[in-house]
Design a protein around this ligand. Structure first.
Ligand code: NAP
Length: 311
């Protein structure tokens, strides 16, 4: 942190949907950061130097403190490693990598270089998640049902990478549900899964997942990208003290039918506050659990070929 006003000078890589929707406005509104430069092959952003690659940005901006990496997971590792080796703190969009082992290398590289690495899970910062975690703590859970069902044509138009190996298909949104579940529930593991893969794609369009925990609790999840009409991002936790429902991706919390008062949605502000705290304390935060469950689904699940998907 060497900007004269004490802010973290940050560069952003990959000007696409999430960079425009969330990162750039949140960085711009934060007192903790100065957006110093961007790097994108096609994307442009007014008001700061624009580079085509991370390497050019690092070469041109010697006093950059941190980078936020907003590219698809398949191409993020080499950028993250280069930034770490150049002594920059790194904010990774979710998922933190296309494989588990590559993230392990990043963790070790960040430790060795003395920089902060943040594997962000934005859904954990939805307003209902911490209150849900608090309410569930110590309560006996009977069963859990997760439904994450949305229209891929609406949310992911023309995103070729998401259907390719490493793009994770329906697990791209589904891992958000897993990031919440791993945060609010005791540890659990996969016992079986069915992945429905379109005959013309490499990644699943739907997944049925069966998990359990050390107590034998049934945790069922359905991810489906073929949902039109109302969209569903719900986690229902049946406990001996009542039913907790996190809906709308964690932004609405209902306990036994009673909607709980919550602050407004501010997921990315929460992420950037967290990253600033990590940078200032010289620590990292990389939780691999959501990605472990996705990897397990590919490792342990059955594959079912379904009809071709056309955009
Ligand atoms: P996107 O718009 O398709 O891609 C982001 C940018 O990455 C693109 O504009 C592109 O910039 C660069 N890029 C794309 N393919 C690339 C490739 N093969 N090689 C190098 N650069 C490439 O994706 P997105 O929706 O923003 O998602 C990016 C990441 O954020 C994903 O991991 C996703 O899970 C996560 N995320 C997305 C959302 C969402 O609502 N979309 C929400 C939360 C998290 P240039 O071509 O200009 O370099």
């Amino acid at each position: 942190m060497s900007a004269s006003n004490g802010t973290i000078r940050i560069g952003l890589v990959g000007i696409g949907k999430i960079a425009r929707d969330q990162h750039l406005p949140v960085i711009g509104a934060s007192p903790d950061y100065t957006l110093t430069a961007v790097a994108s092959r096609e994307g442009r952003y007014e008001g700061v130097p624009n580079y085509r690659t991370l390497a050019e940005m690092l070469a041109g901006q010697g006093d950059l403190d941190a980078v936020a990496l907003c590219q698809p997971p398949q191409v993020r590792f080499s950028a993250a490693l280069a930034a770490i080796e150049a002594g920059r703190h790194v904010f990774l969009e979710k998922p933190p990598g296309a494989t588990l082992a590559e993230v392990g290398i990043l963790i070790e590289a960040a430790r060795a270089r003395g920089v902060s690495l943040f594997a962000s899970w934005h859904s954990r910062y939805a307003p209902g998640v911490e209150p849900a975690r608090h309410w569930l703590s110590g309560r006996r859970i009977r069963s859990v049902a997760i439904a994450w069902m949305e229209d891929v044509r609406h949310w992911h138009p023309n995103q070729a990478w998401i259907w390719q190996a490493g793009g994770m298909g329906v697990f791209d949104p589904g891992i958000n549900a897993l990031s919440i579940a791993t945060h609010i529930l005791p540890p659990f593991f996969l016992t079986g899964a069915t992945l429905s893969v379109p005959e013309n794609r490499q990644a699943p369009i739907a997944a049925d997942l069966h998990f359990t925990d050390a107590d034998g609790t049934a945790i069922e999840a359905v991810f489906d990208w073929r949902q039109t009409g109302p969209q569903t991002w719900d986690i229902r936790v049946d406990t001996e003290d009542g039913l907790l429902v996190l809906s709308k991706g964690g932004s609405v919390l209902t306990i036994d039918g009673s909607e709980q008062p919550l602050p407004p949605e501010a997921e990315y502000r929460g992420l950037y506050d967290r990253f600033a705290a990590l940078v200032r304390s010289g620590t990292s935060d990389v939780d691999l659990n959501p990605l472990i469950h996705v990897a397990d689904a590919f490792l342990r699940g059955e594959r079912r070929t379904v009809e071709a998907f056309t955009d």
